[in-house]
Design a protein around this ligand. Structure first.
Ligand SMILES: *[C@@H]1O[C@H](CO)[C@@H](O)[C@H](O)[C@H]1NC(C)=O
Ligand SMILES: *[C@@H]1O[C@H](CO)[C@@H](O)[C@H](O)[C@H]1NC(C)=O
Ligand SMILES: *[C@@H]1O[C@H](CO)[C@@H](O)[C@H](O)[C@H]1NC(C)=O
Ligand SMILES: *[C@@H]1O[C@H](CO)[C@@H](O)[C@H](O)[C@H]1NC(C)=O
Ligand SMILES: *[C@@H]1O[C@H](CO)[C@@H](O)[C@H](O)[C@H]1NC(C)=O
Ligand SMILES: *[C@@H]1O[C@H](CO)[C@@H](O)[C@H](O)[C@H]1NC(C)=O
Length: 428
């Protein structure tokens, strides 16, 4: 017995050492695999924003913030990259799809976030904008482009109807909900951070409707940001979207505005009911829930939920960190865990995903320095970090998910430290 505990303790020491996220890829500047055509590539204007992982492919979005972005959606083959930590990015689905000459409606202009669903489809939410930080211009519609990941063929193009758009419209994030593993029964939730609304798209009928709620708005007291010595103010509304596992045919959508310290939720039963939103009335207001707040400096853009543990991961841009919350616990500052934080490698965590093998992925990109300062291109600016989910949450409050819920009082079963280490060691 003594031997066993000693052994466990030494494993725990190992666990403590390798806690947090590993840097998998890193770039000083992005380089693209453009054999024939290096159209107006201005490397210092290319900053990655969103990520997704499907099988061996790691996708990265590169919105056209400034001129000189030749490819706005690219990928890396993780296996082929091997030990090369700064691989060249390949255009997705191909180089032609990024050609802005002519008026081909299936081209990709400026997607911010993409999502690979369990039916091997890649959902690309394109803003259609170029020169976003300069003379911003729409050269394409706000639209969804859905690809078959096995063939890289475009399956569908859907333009978001004009009645849902305003000048401030900005679609920066998407969640995709496949019901009961039926690929036809899929809904996509598109967050417009500019008009504080959510567009719900139904794959089966190719129809969409708009959901509005006060909880989609920014909190005016949470709009001041400090990142790497830069101070700026943002009013971004609805951003973080994360879906729970399915229960009785529906999921819970956890969501938050970017400039906010709060987390909210709503059942997808509410979102998927088109008639409920056809003539929008006050009856929908109380179907949304305010879960609680995280505390100061906790503004967050992207979030993602691991269905097995129910742990919600979220980026914390003003803390250079990734936080976690176990959705079985009440929501308050004490129940928030920190997966990792780093003032060099994690400056501005911009996207977070969990892949099918329950691996956590994070993209960090120093974006405010790009926008308001000057990136040092002799230094590493963009990173992809990763860790298995169970290792990422080991030794955080998020691992202690075994909570017995009786009435309105919660009892958190504080499991021995050893247990979480044991969970960790099973993933060696
Ligand atoms: C439009 O672009 C797609 C690639 O996204 C290409 O396959 C197609 O041939 C193009 N169509 C025209 C008319 O150029
Ligand atoms: C919206 O944009 C259009 C075209 O750029 C412009 O003419 C119009 O004045 C704008 N409306 C508002 C309310 O800013
Ligand atoms: C950001 O930094 C400024 C200057 O130090 C400070 O006045 C301000 O309170 C800070 N804001 C936040 C939200 O921490
Ligand atoms: C959708 O909402 C309407 C109006 O509140 C309600 O009558 C109907 O039962 C709902 N449908 C579903 C499937 O929940
Ligand atoms: C929506 O409202 C319009 C006008 O107020 C009414 O004619 C229509 O029947 C309503 N539709 C539904 C589905 O309630
Ligand atoms: C830029 O980054 C390089 C590499 O980290 C470093 O040696 C250099 O001092 C940095 N330059 C500035 C101006 O910070």
């Amino acid at each position: 017995m003594m031997l066993v505990s000693a052994c466990l303790l030494s494993l725990c020491a190992t666990a403590a050492l390798s806690r947090g996220l590993d840097v998998v890829f890193e770039w000083k500047q992005l380089q693209f695999d453009l054999v024939v055509d290096r159209r107006n590539h201005v490397p210092e204007n290319n900053v990655p924003v969103g990520l997704e992982v499907w099988k061996d492919k790691l996708f990265i979005t590169v919105p056209r913030w400034k001129p000189g972005v030749p490819v706005s959606l690219a990928y890396v083959n993780i296996k082929e990259a091997g030990k090369n930590m700064s691989p060249v990015l390949k255009p997705y689905p191909n180089s032609e799809a990024h050609d802005l000459r002519g008026d081909n409606m299936t081209r990709l202009v400026s997607p911010f976030r993409v999502r690979a669903d369990s039916c091997d489809r890649l959902w690309v939410l394109d803003t259609g904008l170029i020169d976003i930080l300069g003379q911003v211009e729409h050269v394409g519609p706000n639209q969804l482009l859905v690809y078959d990941l096995n063939t890289d063929k475009l399956l569908r193009r859907y333009e978001i109807p004009h009645r849902f758009l305003k000048n401030e419209t900005f679609f920066a994030n998407i969640a995709v909900d496949v019901k009961a593993n039926n690929c036809e029964q899929t809904f996509a939730y598109l967050a417009d951070l500019g008009t504080n609304s959510l567009v719900v798209y139904r794959w089966e009928t190719s129809r969409a409707w708009q959901v509005r709620h006060h909880y989609f708005h920014n909190d005016p007291m949470a709009g001041d940001y400090n990142v790497s010595g830069l101070n700026f103010q943002w009013t971004d509304g609805l951003f973080g979207l994360a879906l729970s596992g399915e229960h009785a045919g529906y999921r819970t959508l956890y969501f938050h505005p970017f400039s906010s310290y709060s987390e909210f939720s709503v059942s997808t039963k509410v979102l998927q009911n088109e008639t409920l939103w056809f003539n929008h009335t006050g009856e929908t207001y109380h179907l949304f829930e305010h879960l609680g707040t995280r505390g100061p400096h906790s503004q967050s853009c992207a979030s993602f939920l691991d269905e097995k543990t129910g742990v919600l991961f979220y980026t914390q841009v003003a803390r250079n960190s990734v936080g976690c919350w176990n959705s079985r616990l009440p929501y308050n500052p004490a129940t928030q865990g920190e997966v990792d934080a780093n003032d060099v490698t994690m400056v501005f965590p911009n996207d977070v995903k969990v892949d099918r093998n329950r691996k956590l992925w994070v993209l960090t990109d120093r974006m405010p320095i790009f926008m308001y300062g000057k990136l040092n291109y002799s230094d590493v600016n963009f990173r992809i970090l990763s860790a298995p989910v169970d290792r990422a949450i080991a030794q955080t409050v998020c691992a202690d998910g075994s909570v017995s819920h009786s009435g309105s009082s919660y009892h958190i079963a504080v499991l021995p430290f050893v247990i979480s280490c044991f969970v960790f060691t099973t993933h060696f």
